[in-house]
Design a protein around this ligand. Structure first.
Ligand code: PNS
Length: 160
């Protein structure tokens, strides 16, 4: 059996923390599908196409596929022929939401296993929302995101 892992998220935008998780997921999965959610509760800063394209540029590996999905994650994972969902855990505060999601997904699709990777210490506090805030307020986000994302963030918040 060749394990396929789905790494789902909003990726608005992709951070160095996300990149690290993809790389680590490849140590136990033969293929990682980065699944970019179409429907977000909040209005994203980056369009779906931008989010997908920025991930493709940052994670160029033949074992990584970047796809968007609309609807239930459990349906997407099943249709993709995957059995694993990979999620990152940073602080304890992530835990409650994540365990809820993992259990709901397992109820809907019992063959799916969610695997949690602890964020590595360098990426412990990186969150897309904070990165956007920093960029919006004119701060330097270069250590938190890829060069391309950094440039796109700067362009989004360019003061006229
Ligand atoms: O990066 P995020 O915002 O934490 O990712 C959350 C995401 C997109 C993985 C989650 O909201 C999701 O799975 N959405 C798809 C809709 C769905 O399946 N909802 C029920 C989850 S139990």
């Amino acid at each position: 059996m060749t394990p396929v892992a789905v790494f789902p998220g909003s990726f608005d935008p992709l951070t160095r923390g996300h990149e690290d998780l993809v790389r680590r997921a490849l140590s136990f999965a033969d293929k990682v599908i980065v699944a970019v959610a179409v429907n977000l509760t909040k209005q994203p800063l980056f369009t779906l196409d931008e989010r997908v394209s920025l991930i493709r540029q940052a994670v160029a590996d033949p074992r990584v596929e970047v796809r968007s999905f609309d609807g239930l994650l459990a349906d997407f994972v099943r249709a993709a022929g995957a059995t694993l969902i990979v999620r990152g855990l940073r602080a304890v505060s992530d835990f409650e939401y994540e365990i809820q999601m993992a259990n709901m997904n397992a109820r809907m699709e019992p063959n799916i296993e969610t695997i949690f990777l602890m964020a590595s210490d360098r990426h412990q506090f990186i969150a897309s929302s904070l990165v956007k805030d920093i960029a919006r307020l004119g701060g330097d986000t270069s250590q938190f995101v890829s060069k391309k994302v950094f440039e796109r963030l700067k362009a989004k918040f360019k003061r006229s």
